[in-house]
Design a protein. Structure first.
Length: 262
């Protein structure tokens, strides 16, 4: 009764860990969002597939859990890292609600014949913020905050509070889900809130489709952020007061120059 929650990183097998590839190749069943499954199709062609579209996360996770409970090893794949705005948290939430016991290994566990249990392994992957940061340069070398602008599951008032606090604390700010067809005003509001505490000339890195075929990398300023061409595959890197543009890159010094002679 084995369930894996696997991070596939940006999407290419080349950017997946050896463990992630190994788990997917060994699993009997693969579950995931249709796009993420398609990105690794060369690894799953002979597998049983549970594939659902956008907004079907609960159904997808429940089906993966049910499959694992029957004794079929199942790998629930998730883009990026499964524990960062992804499926791992929902797996734990549903298992807690359904009183399914979870173990890192069931070897040596005292289990009754009637209780539900799973052996669970979360396999990390390269998150979008790490893939995007590598393309931008090194914007996350010092403290940063990651905030999603999607108010589908989090009320907007809480998101505004987090934006304000991160801006006040001078964190580099990573914005996930900046804009979609139905959410076209949140990025402008986020810009306004951050501008209350940060200079308009603050550099911003903009990465869409990191390490995928549609990859695009460009730079802007905080006071021009609302004019940027962004979407759901875009991750934004808003610099702190220390962040610098150097040639075609953006980086945030950690403070070595203040302590050592460079």
């Amino acid at each position: 009764m084995k369930l894996y929650v696997v991070g596939t990183g940006p999407g290419s097998v080349a950017h997946m860990s050896n463990r992630a590839v190994q788990v997917i190749e060994q699993a009997d069943c693969i579950a995931g969002y249709t796009t993420y499954v398609d990105l690794i199709k060369e690894l799953v062609e002979d597998k049983k597939i549970i594939s659902t579209g956008m907004m079907k996360e609960v159904e997808r996770v429940e089906r993966a859990i049910d499959m694992a409970l029957t004794g079929v090893s199942c790998a629930l794949v998730s883009g990026g890292d499964p524990g960062i705005y992804a499926m791992a948290g929902l797996v734990f939430e549903i298992c807690e609600q359904k009183n399914i016991r979870l173990f890192r290994t069931i070897q040596g566990q005292d289990l009754s014949a009637t209780e539900k249990y799973l052996e669970l392994e979360v396999v990390p992957g390269i998150p979008a913020l790490a893939a995007g940061a590598a393309l931008v340069g090194a914007p996350l070398t010092h403290d940063f905050a990651a905030i999603s602008l999607s108010d589908l599951l989090t009320e907007w008032e809480k998101i505004e509070k987090r934006l304000t606090c991160a801006a006040m604390a001078d964190f580099v700010i990573v914005l996930y889900n900046p804009k979609s067809k139905k959410r076209d005003w949140q990025l402008k509001r986020a810009q306004e809130l951050i501008l209350e505490h940060r200079d308009g000339a603050t550099p911003v890195g903009i990465v869409t489709g990191a390490m995928r075929e549609n990859q695009a990398v460009c730079f802007s300023r905080l006071d021009q952020l609302d004019k940027a061409d962004v979407g759901m595959q875009t991750v934004l890197f808003i610099g702190s007061s220390a962040s610098l543009r150097y040639m075609d890159f953006l980086f945030t010094p950690r403070g070595y120059a203040e302590k050592y002679t460079l």
